[in-house]
Design a protein around this ligand. Structure first.
Ligand code: WTA
Length: 631
């Protein structure tokens, strides 16, 4: 069996084999990595606890697979091409040899600062190569990284540090994204006022803005780096040891720490990268995601490095200095594969074709999309104007919890249809179920998307709360992992994801829970209750619509609106700000007190007729009242 599938026939054969012999299949794939000891058992699982263990008994270190094993042949190959926010600033190229050295040295910095195997390390950094170095240095010594996206507020960082009981933060002084300065270190300082587990803060000097260093805890990256030894043997880890925690939003409560373990994630990240993008040895791969989200973890850091690929890392934003930046970066670095989000495509489409014109995009061979459903208009624009009709588009469906791509065309191999993710990857056993939990067999069906057999990249738990993992993903349907997404299998057996079926929002591809936003809004002393739903937004995909009941004391409603918006920025981050706020006297609730979001979603798009059955509501008159304000 080949590691990289090369034709649709081979895909079909491999898929069939992987389903009939999952353990043999994933063992053969895993033979392509280096292990200190091979596994005693490929897979042990049950979805009731749930318990999933891949490659049990095996010993390895993922960084040896990302770096050391490439040194013989790829020492001088570029691992990371770095493009700064400011186009005037110099780009950096980091070879596999250099990255290996930096990781080893920084691993010693971590050790010198008291980090031990199993410790949790919070990383809050800009998109710079040192972020990759910090991540891999943790993995080198068996520490568990928890990367927090640079757009999150100090409150969100604090929550994540406390939940994972992190002992260190790695950050930078600040960073410019577009014209905007983000003072990372100050934000961390603010967060640390509410955490008491942090013993050390390592600060990378990125822009030289003013920061206050705390003598007891804070050290500069460069000082520590100078002092550290160059050699660092990789810690030998168990296959099922934790590799990282990544916080993500669900439909209820606070974000949960999705846990991925070493061996299974490694195999899955690498296999999906090599196959979906059909990576060839001299190609330049550009994923525009932030490493603070799972897409960056898997397809900027681990997948490409495990494959010995050259990956472009971009510090800036697609619209700075103008809406031609992404195309200029593609031209400048002769990018072969571009992997981005529908939101970016839609905003660049709206900016106008003049930003594409004149840019040489001839090196592009493959395009990808991730994070939210891509609408047909954006798909066609991407295909025609960026791919010039010659680049296959892979619409990749997956989640933080799945670790890597689950449903996607293989570039140039699987046929493509706009807005379809097409077919499952080998080893992925999908099921579409109806509300009674019955699997709908055959084609031309739609329902909830589930997965009925484990794959190596599946989450193992939610940090510190296994019960939450069970109820969130494994309790809705018996013996299945529930994705939260709706899905269609068309008459030809191709899959189309229709979006979340639960209360999770995707705003500009960022995952946000309605409950999180509501909790933030409810903190305002003049707010009695709120309900948040999504409405379709032509650039962001979804926008946030908040229905808010405020107290009688409220006089200035505009002021309250802006205070609510600021509160959400402080509590979560500015990306979670509600686009629209409507003040109401009540919310449509059932007699048991549950908010009927179905009705609010309709009202939010101006659909005030056909609201469905409202007789079960505690107070049906409230609906009419809410509708009146809209009209
Ligand atoms: C959505 C991002 C349609 C989906 C990798 C999923 C998609 C959620 C697609 C996970 C796609 C992701 N088409 N919807 N190609 N990719 N989604 O955890 O709703 O940030 O459940 O992972 O994004 O978001 P997350």
């Amino acid at each position: 069996m080949n590691y990289q599938i090369k034709s649709i026939e081979e895909y079909k054969e491999t898929y069939k084999y992987s389903i009939e012999n999952p353990e043999e299949f994933w063992a053969e794939i895993a033979n392509n990595f280096i292990w200190h000891k091979k596994w005693d058992k490929v897979l042990e699982w049950n979805f009731t606890e749930p318990k999933v263990e891949w490659y049990k008994g095996a010993k390895l270190n993922i960084t040896e697979n990302c770096l050391d094993r490439h040194l013989e042949k790829l020492k001088d190959k570029t691992a990371i091409i770095w493009e700064p926010n400011n186009p005037e600033e110099k780009t950096r190229n980091i070879t596999y040899g250099e990255l290996h050295k930096d990781v080893c040295r920084f691993a010693n910095v971590l050790k010198n600062n008291g980090v031990k195997k199993g410790d949790r390390i919070c990383i809050y950094m800009p998109m710079i190569p040192e972020l990759t170095v910090a991540i891999l240095a943790c993995a080198r010594i068996g520490a568990i990284h928890s990367v927090v996206f640079g757009g999150f507020s100090s409150k969100s960082i604090a929550d994540r540090i406390v939940d994972a009981q992190c002992s260190m933060v790695i950050t930078a002084d600040g960073v410019y994204r577009g014209n905007k300065l983000i003072a990372l270190k100050n934000i961390v300082d603010e967060a640390l006022r509410n955490c008491n587990t942090i013993k050390k803060v390592i600060v990378y000097k990125r822009i030289g803005n003013n920061v206050v260093m705390n003598n007891e805890t804070d050290v500069w990256w460069h000082d520590e780096f100078e002092k550290a030894d160059k050699i660092c043997a990789a810690e030998i880890m168990d296959a099922e040891d934790m590799l990282f925690i990544l916080y993500t939003s669900g439909s209820t409560g606070k974000p949960k720490g999705v846990v991925h373990t070493i061996a299974g994630y490694m195999v899955f990240a690498s296999y999906t990268f090599a196959n979906v993008f059909q990576y060839e040895s001299n190609e330049i791969f550009f994923c525009t995601a932030d490493i603070g989200w799972v897409t960056g973890h898997t397809y900027i850091v681990y997948g490409p490095l495990l494959t010995g690929a050259t990956c472009l890392m971009f510090e800036g934003i697609p619209t700075y200095p103008d809406a031609g930046r992404l195309w200029q970066v593609v031209e400048k670095h002769k990018v072969n594969t571009l992997y981005t989000a529908p939101t970016a495509i839609r905003s660049l489409m709206q900016a106008g074709i003049e930003f594409v014109n004149g840019k040489n995009l001839d090196t592009l061979k493959k395009l990808g999309s991730v994070g939210e459903p891509i609408n047909e208009e954006a798909w066609h624009w991407y295909n025609t104007n960026i791919g010039k009709g010659k680049c296959p588009i892979v619409d990749t469906w997956w989640q933080t919890e799945t670790g890597g791509i689950m449903i996607s065309p293989l570039a140039g191999i699987t046929p493509t249809i706009p807005s379809f993710a097409m077919l499952p990857l080998p080893g992925i056993q999908l099921a579409i179920v109806n509300t009674q939990g019955e699997e709908l067999k055959g084609n031309d069906v739609s329902g909830d998307l589930c997965i009925k057999f484990p794959w190596p990249g599946i989450l193992r738990t939610t940090y510190g709360n296994h019960e939450r993992c069970r109820t969130n993903y494994f309790a809705t349907y018996k013996n299945m992992y529930y994705t939260g997404d709706g899905c269609i299998r068309d008459i030809n057996g191709y899959y189309r994801i229709t979006g979340r079926a639960d209360d999770v929002l995707k705003v500009s591809g960022h995952r946000i829970g309605t409950a999180e936003v509501e909790n933030a809004i409810d903190l305002h002393h003049n707010v009695i209750e709120s309900a948040v739903v999504a409405f379709p937004h032509n650039i962001k995909g979804q926008g946030i619509y908040a229905f808010v009941i405020c107290s009688n004391e409220t006089k200035d409603f505009e002021k309250l609106k802006s205070e609510i918006t600021n509160l959400v920025s402080e509590e979560i981050g500015s990306f979670a700000k509600p686009e629209r706020i409507q003040f109401v006297n009540g919310l449509p609730k059932t007699r048991s007190g549950k908010i009927m979001r179905r009705i609010l979603r309709k009202i939010a798009v101006g659909e005030t007729e056909n609201l469905g059955d409202t007789t079960t509501l505690l107070d049906p008159a409230i609906v009419e009242e809410i509708c009146k304000v809209i009209l």
